[in-house]
Ligand binder design. Structure first.
Ligand SMILES: C[S@@+](CC[C@H](N)C(=O)[O-])C[C@H]1O[C@@H](n2cnc3c(N)ncnc32)[C@H](O)[C@@H]1O
Length: 206
């Protein structure tokens, strides 16, 4: 991989250490050079679905990055919100937004000793080069019964990484499963990713 902070290098990440290096370099410019410039829609989409479903705090924002989801949740009156991310540099920017109760540096694919949460939300983290289906079981462990999950999964990644099989196998652990397919970027995005879609997965812990 290259350390050039852009979408191409993000999708090509291989290890958590690669991700830490890339996002350390990207943290300061992520909101303007990526979020704004590419018309990045996923944070507001997950917040919309979470709020429509009556989601409540305490909420964990998984792969919170610079805090775009937390800003949306706070504007929707949802809280308290904790941010979890691998990257200290991204969490430093997230903290500066003033919307998180706590920022937690951790790898979501490993056992977590936080929570319990009534809501778990994530945008842009369950995608190529980042987190696969193995990120879901540790989150179920820190969720209260009835906890609302709203997670955007890149549609290509959903197919290729085995999310369908994961959710099919969780039928006794989750309920009210549904999804909606949405665009990740607006028409401002580079042509190579302009029409990429995410599957917004919604369910509750049984
Ligand atoms: C594309 S950014 C999305 C950030 C934010 N949710 C948003 O929508 O703007 C992906 C984030 O996932 C984090 N990440 C990648 N792998 C992770 C892991 N295994 N555990 C926790 N965070 C991870 C990265 O550090 C990065 O901040």
């Amino acid at each position: 991989m290259t350390d050039e902070p852009d979408l191409k290098s993000a999708y090509a990440l291989n290890t958590p250490d690669d991700a830490k290096r890339l996002y350390a370099a990207w943290a300061e410019t992520y909101d303007s050079d990526f979020g704004e410039a590419q018309g990045y829609l996923s944070p507001r989409e997950v917040v919309r679905v979470f709020a429509q479903a009556g989601g409540q705090g305490p909420v964990l924002d998984v792969g919170a990055g610079t805090g775009l989801v937390g800003e949306g949740l706070a504007a929707a009156g949802v809280g308290p919100i904790d941010a979890l991310d691998l990257s200290d540099e991204m969490l430093t920017v997230a903290r500066s937004k003033g919307v998180y109760r706590e920022t937690i540096a951790a790898d979501v694919t490993q056992p977590l000793s936080i929570g319990p949460y009534r809501g778990i939300i994530s945008a842009g983290t369950f995608t190529m080069g980042h987190v696969g289906p193995e990120g879901i079981p540790p989150l179920l462990e820190i969720a209260e019964v009835g906890c609302l999950f709203v997670i955007s999964v890149n549609a290509k990644h959903f197919e290729s990484a085995g999310f369908e099989a994961l959710f099919a196998g969780l039928d006794t652990e989750i309920h009210e499963f549904s999804f909606e397919d949405v665009r990740i970027y607006s028409d401002k995005a580079d042509l190579s990713h302009r029409y990429d879609t995410a599957r917004l997965v919604q369910f509750r812990k049984a």
